[in-house]
Structures are given as structure tokens and as C-alpha cells.
Design a protein around this ligand. Structure first.
Ligand SMILES: NC(=O)c1ccc[n+]([C@@H]2O[C@H](COP(=O)([O-])OP(=O)(O)OC[C@H]3O[C@@H](n4cnc5c(N)ncnc54)[C@H](OP(=O)(O)O)[C@@H]3O)[C@@H](O)[C@H]2O)c1
Length: 208
């Protein structure tokens, strides 16, 4: 599958791109095509393009830009129509030394679904810090997926399963995306308050 990562020059987009590229053709997307090509050169088999060309060429599009930038995605509505769009965008603000969830009204994923009406939108990887990708022996991590339909969940889960160590868990419809996104504030605050080093989500099952 051809997977475009918009914001693929950033910390998260580039780290995730390295893992996704093990099973897919990765297209690093950037606001600047030259920067996209330079970032793609760090990933075996990846190519770099500007956002529009990357979105047009891809079968699925991952959005890895800051929350403040998601309004600019509206211009890509035609290019991503009929495609899977995976948002890992977290609306977060620092207040009094702690992160708090700062979505304005609706979650980032729901906002993207409004801006990109022809796309199938889901969350994934929101709660997984970039440093968890590309590890030699990655731990098991649960990637929480809120998706507008069960079919979109299954499609996103297929992509998630292709990333070493990742288990997809269905978090419900897109109306649950704000819960998924806000868990990121919790895991980052827990890591900083308790000095644990980088944390992510992993749920355990009671046996018996
Ligand atoms: N870092 C993590 O560990 C992590 C983990 C999970 C989720 N996330 C989420 O992933 C998203 C990106 O985080 P990041 O840490 O990778 O950020 P980052 O390193 O700052 O990268 C963001 C990328 O977005 C692009 N971009 C497009 N419009 C922008 C704008 N108006 N302002 C700034 N950058 C813009 C930039 O690439 P071009 O200009 O080249 O297009 C930039 O490289 C955020 O929503 C964050 O919540 C991050």
C-alpha cells in the first residue's frame, strides 16, 4: 500500500515512517518538496513530495502535523477523497508545567473528518511517543483507534499491525476520539511527574 505521511519531516512523522516503510511504500509529505525529499532519503524506499502530490499518490494518508496546522488540510479534501486518513494529532497545551487537552469544541480527528468529508477518518498512534518507533526490540504497545465505522477501524488496524510491537484496539466511533487524544496528556504528565522515562499505552488482561 502507498502511505503518505503529511508532516513526515517532523519527529513523529519521520519515526513512524521508518516503521511503516518496512511493509508499505512510504511517501513523506512536507509543505516544502525539497524538505520532503531530504527527509525521505533517511528512510529506505521512501520518496518525498509536497502535501498535494503525496495525498494524490497515496492509498492512505497519515496526518502528523501540529494541531494548529490542521485547518490547512481542508485544501486537500479532493485529493484524499475516498481514502483512509489516520490522525495522530493531539491538541495539547502546557499550563502550569502540565499538559492539558486543548481541543476547541470537538476532537482533532472529528475536525479533520469535517474538513475532509470524502475521507474515512480514524485515530491511531496518538499516545505513542516517537521514540518507541525504530527500537531494536520494541515493547508491546496498544494503539487506540477511534474510527467512524467498524470497517474503517479494520482498515486502520491492518496498518497498525504492520508496525512491530503494535496491537490495534478499537476505542469506538470517532465521537470517542477526544478521549484517545486526551490520554496523551495523561501519559506525558505521568512520565514527567514520576520520572519514569517515556511512557505509552499498554493494557493488561486478567487471566482466568
Ligand atoms: N512527537 C511525538 O512523540 C508524537 C507522538 C504522537 C503524536 N504526535 C502528534 O504528531 C503531531 C506532530 O508532532 P511532532 O512532535 O512530530 O511535531 P514536529 O516535530 O514539530 O513536526 C511537525 C511537522 O508538521 C509540519 N507542519 C505543517 N504545518 C505546520 C505548522 N503550521 N507549524 C509547524 N509544523 C507544521 C512540519 O513539516 P513541514 O513544514 O515540512 O511540512 C513539521 O515537520 C502533533 O499533532 C503531535 O501531537 C507526536
Amino acid at each position: 500500500m502507498k502511505v503518505a505521511i503529511l508532516g513526515g519531516t517532523g519527529k513523529m512523522g519521520n519515526a513512524l515512517g521508518g516503521e511503516i516503510a518496512k511493509r508499505n511504500q512510504v511517501i513523506i509529505g512536507s509543505t516544502d518538496a525539497a524538505r520532503a525529499k531530504a527527509a525521505a532519503a533517511r528512510i529506505a524506499g521512501a520518496v518525498g513530495m509536497d502535501y498535494r502530490d503525496a495525498s494524490r499518490a497515496a492509498d492512505a494518508v497519515i496526518i502528523a502535523v501540529p494541531y494548529r496546522a490542521i485547518g490547512s488540510m481542508a485544501g486537500l479534501a479532493t485529493d484524499v477523497s475516498g481514502k483512509l486518513v489516520v490522525s495522530l494529532v493531539n491538541p495539547l497545551e502546557l499550563e502550569g508545567g502540565l499538559l492539558r487537552y486543548s481541543a476547541k469544541g470537538i476532537s482533532a480527528a472529528e475536525e479533520l473528518a469535517r474538513l475532509l468529508p470524502g475521507a474515512r477518518v480514524a485515530t491511531a498512534f496518538n499516545n505513542v511517543p516517537a521514540g518507541f518507533f525504530g527500537m531494536e526490540n520494541p515493547p508491546q504497545v496498544d494503539a487506540l483507534i477511534a474510527a467512524e465505522s467498524k470497517e474503517t477501524f479494520e482498515e486502520t488496524a491492518g496498518l497498525v499491525r504492520g508496525v512491530r510491537g503494535m496491537r490495534p484496539l478499537y476505542a469506538g466511533p470517532l465521537s470517542q476520539a477526544s478521549i484517545v487524544e486526551s490520554v496523551t496528556a495523561l501519559v506525558l504528565n505521568l512520565a514527567s511527574l514520576n520520572g519514569t522515562g517515556s511512557l505509552t499505552t499498554r493494557f493488561v488482561t486478567r487471566k482466568g
